[in-house]
Design a protein around this ligand. Structure first.
Ligand code: FAD
Length: 403
């Protein structure tokens, strides 16, 4: 049986960062990276921004194929890890069983699929590089696309469809688009931009089922407030932690794989990081930079260093319909004693910033920039947030940075 010092299951943002950290900090140790997708490990966030233009399967690869052997990493593509025997320190793959010293679960999340019996060939998710290619192929022939879900992925999907000249309707249960990430004021400007682009936006709309309509060749989307017809649907109703491997291996899971503040699971020498991990208080992060950060923290832990995951307030950006929406930290957390103060408003040129402070330090920040925002401005705002800048500094920097 082959033995590896470090095994990483899942080659998304957290798995890849863990590998890079181990390569840099623990040279000479054997590393196995298992990637269940066929493509080289890639930047998932690029998919939903590039559907309309299309791309080659490895267009968003983080490293070329040669990088892995050159850095002493064995990469297995297109195979899922099937079972961990934590006591024996072995991992079964489709092709073989290997043994490990330390193992990281970086299995990410998968797209939620709440509607049974979806009509074949009439819908796709927008989660993997393969999903994006399917949607790209479909878009050119569509008259009308229905996007189910009005969170960030739904908004990005609608923007891609509109950019391809496809009539688009989007719908979701929430009262406003990107409800988790934006406060009501910032979401209002996004809503205006969506509608201005010609998208029919149906808030507060519960989808009950999606069925084929063979007579017309369309699909019917049954909602709690009438039916909607379209040629094709994109399901963007969120993700759920991918815990299949952990669960079948007897590693405790709740919403996600339960970890302590050092990202250690209840199984000896097994860590979990990124979207698959559930932190104290039920937190599942769901952000690219957070997954990277967790991969880094877990890798250091696997090397025997004691590091805590602090859940830094990484930002989410949504660059759509000619604008830029920015969100970082618990923007919609209830205020009051011990919590964040109410949002304040800083208007700078065409950007509306909505900072929230706790004890005078920046704790959450939203921005709505319907005419766009320079990258440097967004970066500066992220830095303010990450270091919990004081009120005076936040105001002066944001005011000086308006584009
Ligand atoms: C289309 C899209 C766009 C996004 N855009 C943004 C954005 O703009 N900004 C942002 O902050 N976040 C964004 N996110 C969220 C962000 O991509 C995730 O938070 C991040 O990718 C999580 O990284 P991860 O390493 O935890 O998991 P993932 O990236 O989900 O990777 C996990 C990998 O593990 C594999 N895997 C699962 N089980 C097994 C197994 N048993 N064996 C082997 N491999 C396995 C999966 O197939 C997958 O390849 C987006 C997500 C999606 C889907």
């Amino acid at each position: 049986m082959k033995h590896f010092n470090f095994v990483i299951v899942g080659a998304g943002s957290s798995g890849r960062t863990a590998v890079e950290t181990l390569v840099a900090e623990a040279p000479g140790r054997s590393i196995l990276l298992i990637n269940s997708e066929e493509s080289l490990p890639y930047k998932r966030t690029s998919i939903s921004k590039n559907v309309v233009n299309g791309y080659q399967i490895d267009a968003f690869a983080i490293h070329p194929a040669a990088w892995y052997p050159e850095h002493g990493v064995e990469l297995i593509n297109g195979q899922a890890a099937l079972r961990i025997d934590a006591e024996a320190h072995t991992l079964s793959l489709e092709s073989e069983t290997i043994s490990y010293s330390k193992l990281l679960l970086a299995t990410g999340a998968r797209a939620c699929m709440p509607f049974p019996d979806l009509p074949r060939g009439k819908w796709s998710a927008l989660w993997t590089v393969a999903d994006g290619l399917i949607l790209h192929d479909k878009l050119s022939g569509l008259k009308k696309l229905a996007v189910v879900g009005i969170g960030v992925l739904g908004v990005e999907a609608a923007w891609q469809a509109v950019s391809a000249g496809v009539e688009t309707v989007m719908m979701g249960l929430d009262t406003r688009p990107m409800m988790k990430s934006l406060d009501p004021m910032s979401a209002k400007s996004l809503e205006i931009a969506i509608r201005k682009a010609g998208v029919e936006l149906l808030n507060r709309r519960k989808v009950l089922s999606i069925i084929d309509n063979p007579e017309t060749g369309e699909i019917s989307i049954h909602t709690d407030s009438g039916d909607i017809c379209a040629d094709y649907a994109v399901l963007a109703v969120g993700g759920e932690p991918e815990v299949t491997l952990a669960r079948s291996s007897g590693i405790p899971v709740g919403k996600g794989i339960l970890v302590d503040s050092s990202l250690v699971t209840s199984a000896a020498d097994v860590w979990a990081a990124g979207d698959c991990a559930e932190h104290a208080g039920g937190l599942v992060t769901g952000l690219w930079h957070s997954a990277e950060n967790q991969g880094y923290v877990a890798a250091l832990g696997m090397m025997g260093k004691s590091v805590i995951f602090e859940n830094p307030p990484f930002r989410l950006k949504c660059e759509v319909f000619g604008g830029y929406w920015f969100s970082g930290g618990p923007v919609n957390a209830p205020g009051g004693s011990g919590g964040l103060d109410s949002a304040e408003t800083i208007e700078v040129d065409d950007i509306t910033w909505r900072p929230r402070f706790k004890d005078g330090k920046l704790g959450a920040l939203v921005a709505a920039a319907p005419r766009g925002m320079e990258k440097g401005t967004a970066k500066t705002a992220q830095q303010l947030l990450l270091r919990g800048a004081g009120r005076e500094e936040t105001y002066s920097v944001l005011k000086g940075k308006g584009s």
